[in-house]
Design a protein around this ligand. Structure first.
Ligand code: ZN
Length: 274
C-alpha cells in the first residue's frame, strides 16, 4: 500500500475534467489551486489553435503531461483506416506544437468487428504512426478501456492486451496508460503493472460509483467509489513509475456544477484518497 500523499507535486488534471472551462480558464484555476500538471484534451485546443494553446500552456507554469486523445484506428474500409491514421499524425503534430511529450491512444473498435481483427487494425495503425512519433519526439500510450466499451471504443480491454501489443511492436516510443476506471477490476492487474516497467507512461485516476448511472459520464471523485486507489498506486510505484497522477473525470453531475468548487473537491479528494 502506498503512503498518503502529502503534496500536490504529482497532481495533474485533465482539461476534460473541468469541461465547461476554456483552456485559459482551466490553466488559471489549476495553477492557483496548486495543481502541478495538465493533460490537454484536443477539444480544448481546437477553439484557439495549437500555437495559441502552446503560448498559454508555457505561460501557465504547469507541466504539460500529455495530449488526449489519439487512436480510434479500426474501421470497416481501407479509406477510413487511412483517414484515421492521418488524424493520428495530426494529433502527434498538435502534441509536438503544444509541448506535450505523450499522446494517449484510445484504441478504437467497430461494432460487429471481431475483437481480434480490431486489435490487429489497432496494432497496424500504431505501427503506421510510430515513425512520425519518433521523428517528432512524442511517445504514444495504449490505454486499455473497460470491457463495457469493447463494442465501439476499444478492442483492447485489459492491461495484458495493451502490454502484449506494446511488447510485440517493441518500439521505444510506445508504452501504456493505466486508467483505474478501466482496469481496477482485473485480477491480473498487479502482475501486469509489474510487467510494464518503463513502458508505463501515464496514470489516470477517478473512482467507480455504485450505482453507476451512465457508462461514459458518471465517473466519481477519488474516494467516492470502490477502486483501491492507494493499492494500485503502490503497485505502480513498485514498478518504478514516477509520473503524474492525472485526474480524469467525465461527469455530467460535476460538469453541471460550479467548476471552481469542483476543483477544490478534487484537490481535497486527491490528498485524502489517491
Ligand atoms: Zn484515461
Amino acid at each position: 500500500m502506498a503512503k498518503a500523499i502529502t503534496d500536490l507535486s504529482k497532481l495533474c488534471v485533465h482539461t476534460i475534467t473541468t469541461k465547461p472551462w476554456s483552456l485559459a480558464e482551466a490553466l488559471e484555476h489549476y495553477a492557483s489551486a496548486g495543481v502541478a500538471g495538465v493533460t490537454v484534451w484536443r477539444n480544448h485546443v481546437e477553439p484557439i489553435g495549437a500555437a495559441e494553446a502552446a503560448k498559454r500552456l508555457a505561460d501557465s507554469g504547469l507541466a504539460v503531461v500529455s495530449l488526449c486523445r489519439g487512436g480510434f484506428f479500426p474501421a470497416e474500409t481501407k479509406a477510413q483506416r487511412e483517414a484515421n491514421i492521418a488524424d493520428n499524425l495530426e494529433v502527434i503534430d498538435i502534441a509536438a506544437a503544444i509541448g506535450a511529450p505523450l499522446v494517449v491512444l484510445v484504441p478504437g473498435a467497430v461494432p460487429g468487428m471481431p475483437l481480434e481483427a480490431g486489435r490487429a487494425q489497432i496494432a497496424a495503425g500504431i505501427e503506421a504512426v510510430l515513425p512520425h512519433a519518433e521523428a517528432t519526439g512524442i511517445k504514444l500510450a495504449i490505454e486499455p478501456l473497460h470491457p463495457m466499451y469493447a463494442d465501439d471504443r476499444s478492442a483492447v480491454i485489459t492491461l495484458k492486451q495493451a502490454n502484449d501489443m506494446a511488447a510485440a511492436i517493441g518500439h521505444p516510443n510506445l508504452g501504456v496508460t493505466v486508467d483505474v476506471y478501466h482496469v481496477w477490476w482485473d485480477p491480473d492487474l498487479e502482475r501486469e503493472i509489474r510487467r510494464c516497467g518503463p513502458r508505463l507512461l501515464s496514470y489516470h485516476i477517478c473512482d467507480w460509483r455504485t450505482p453507476t448511472r451512465g457508462l461514459v459520464t458518471d465517473r466519481g471523485l477519488m474516494g467516492e467509489g470502490c477502486i483501491a486507489l492507494r493499492q494500485i498506486r503502490g503497485w505502480l510505484e513498485e514498478a518504478g513509475f514516477d509520473g503524474y497522477h492525472e485526474v480524469e473525470i467525465f461527469s455530467d453531475a460535476y460538469w453541471s456544477g460550479d467548476q471552481a468548487a469542483f476543483l477544490g473537491q478534487i484537490v481535497e479528494a486527491y490528498r485524502r484518497h489517491a
